[in-house]
Design a protein around this ligand. Structure first.
Ligand SMILES: *[C@@H]1O[C@H](CO)[C@@H](O)[C@H](O)[C@H]1NC(C)=O
Ligand SMILES: *[C@@H]1O[C@H](CO)[C@@H](O)[C@H](O)[C@H]1NC(C)=O
Length: 259
């Protein structure tokens, strides 16, 4: 089985709880806007988009640990307030990186979470932090948002996209990934549409939503049998709160990740 780590797709998206169910029409490949998803930022690695990120406080961006290939803040900056992946908005420098201390870059599937700090506040037009989901939920609509890969040629979309996805419980997900442990740090979701690819089909609303997942890994594009696996953000609520409030934890924790 070929497992793909989405870093290599230059792909990153977020899974959101949608509190409103009113807008459930399924439309293929839906473009969306930063006005609607104002917490979404682009993380730049040496000046180029590598992953999306989620603004959780005006100086802090949540992302996946595997989006940080080199552990030095000088390589990273944040573009915010833009629909486009490589232009527009405002760019500010990252000044600090915290990667979960249990993340191991040799086995980069578990504890796939990191927080980037900027010294300049990320604020302005179309910039609003998002709250962290407090628990896992399975029966409400979720929306995937990001500059996801449009197809398996691994090109990121220039325009922000959204898609409906549904949660798959951990047991079912584990049955599909027989050779890979689905831990409590992971949640699984599959696209509703046929020939699902990230950024494919679907439209929903995520206003007032909470952040549920960060795209972590999966089997690849267009294989409906295999759900995508996300970092279970609710599991890390205490860890996130700790990083945001205790100034002393804001440093580089991880020693497994070498440049
Ligand atoms: C990281 O994972 C590799 C591969 O399983 C293992 O050999 C190594 O000991 C791990 N490192 C740490 C610090 O746990
Ligand atoms: C963290 O910083 C805030 C404001 O900068 C300060 O009030 C607080 O005492 C600091 N906390 C710790 C644990 O140092």
């Amino acid at each position: 089985m070929k497992l793909k780590h989405f870093q290599f797709l230059f792909f990153f998206s977020l899974l959101l709880v949608s509190e409103a169910e009113k807008d459930k029409k399924i439309i293929d490949d839906t473009s969306t806007s930063i006005e609607k998803h104002s917490y979404l930022v682009s993380i730049l690695f040496n000046g180029k988009h590598i992953c999306g990120g989620s603004l959780i406080k005006k100086n802090f961006v949540l992302t996946a640990a595997h989006c940080i290939p080199i552990l030095h803040h000088s390589h990273y900056s944040i573009r915010y307030g833009s629909n486009k992946v490589n232009s527009g908005g405002t760019v500010t420098k990252v000044t600090d990186i915290t990667i979960h201390h249990n993340y191991n870059a040799s086995t980069p599937f578990d504890y796939d979470i990191a927080i980037l700090k900027t010294s300049n506040p990320i604020e302005g037009v179309n910039v609003i932090p998002i709250s962290i989901a407090v628990e896992e939920e399975y029966d409400i609509p979720f929306m995937l948002v990001g500059w996801g890969a449009l197809n398996s040629d691994e090109t990121a979309s220039n325009q922000l996209l959204e898609a409906n996805v549904k949660m798959i419980n951990r047991k079912t997900c584990q049955k599909m990934y027989v050779n890979k442990k689905i831990t409590d740090r992971m949640i699984c979701a599959a696209a509703n549409g046929k020939d699902a690819c990230h950024g494919d089909s679907g439209r929903s609303v995520a206003h007032n939503g909470g952040l549920v997942g960060i795209v972590s890994w999966g089997r690849g594009c267009a294989d409906q049998l295999y759900p995508d696996v996300y970092t279970n953000v609710a599991y890390f609520k205490d860890w996130i709160d700790g990083v945001l409030t205790d100034n002393s934890t804001m440093n580089i924790w991880n020693n497994n990740l070498n440049s």
